[in-house]
Design a protein around this ligand. Sequence first.
Ligand SMILES: [Zn+2]
Length: 381
Amino acid sequence: MKHRAIAILEELIGIQSVNPHYGEGAAGEMALSRHLERLCREAGLVVSRQQVFEERDNLIVRLPAPRPGPLLMFEAHMDTVSLGAMPDPLTPIHREGRLYGRGACDTKGSLAAMLAAMETLALQPDTLGCDVMLCATVDEEHAYRGPLKLLELGLPIAAAVVGEPTNLRIVAAHKGCARFAVHVRGKAAHSSVPHEGVNAIVHMSRVIRYLEETVAPELADIRDPLCGPATLSIGTISGGRQINIVPDRCSIEVDRRIVAGEHPGEALAELEARLLAWSRTQGIDLSVEPLLLDWALGTPEDDPLVSAAKRAAGGLGLPEGSRGETYGSNASKYQGIGGIPSIVYGPGSIAQAHAVDEWVPVAEVEAATAFYVALARSFGR
Ligand SMILES: [Zn+2]
């Protein structure tokens, strides 16, 4: 017989939920959330909605324990990236133990496993060690407004498990980022008399050397044992208007990855102050523009959530060690902003997320379901 989580996952793949940020034809999360709501009500679960944008709600599903206990949240986002060039993205296709479809891996596989776990737990609530909540959120693939809005409710969440592809590894740490642009101003002049201008591109080349040769090497000292060092990468450059004009503008965009223990806003402010101080000594006119700040995740190894996750995994013969990742997730928002100990756990590999041939191993979805059930029974005891 087909595993319940696989049956749910096939239905979820069939409902397009591309993040509206990806433009025309993107359906958003509403149809998917209505389907989830129907399944939850059929299972006797208590469902409520929280509007984040018009026609885009977080879905909040609750299952109280018979005796009062701490509140454990399972969370997974409902949106996907665009359908892209994937053949039959909305048709669940089974091949060699894999289930293909847009969102199969990122992150409908986790969502289906969490919902199947909630259904199982709802049948035997007396086995619960804690109150359990499943939150299906919107807008992870763009600006993570869903989790931020959820935090505004101020729910007494004791711990959070975020469903993203980790190949069934307990991820207790991942990097965050402080992205920013650097704008250098020069003075335009005709290229036949370049000495009458100030070349913004040439000045920017010195900024780049400073970042690469002085700032970046020092970041190697800021290390997380699970995730490795903080890093810096210059991703874009633009400047100049035409060949016969000395450029008066040049800009770069920089992705500074932060590790647990660093605050994204403080990391950016520190780097900005440093760049401004250095540029004054160099006679370079520059400004820094913040682009995106995202928290790093760093839940301690001895946190009750990590311990309960290890117990649950060990009891099922699944990997018990915790691991760090370089990619981000909603978990760092719950921990960084909400102060909620969080881990990331789910079926599939990040390598298949967003890919043209997105798939998830069927066996991992089934195992993840068992893990979520076991964790809800183990946490709070
Ligand atoms: Zn995801």
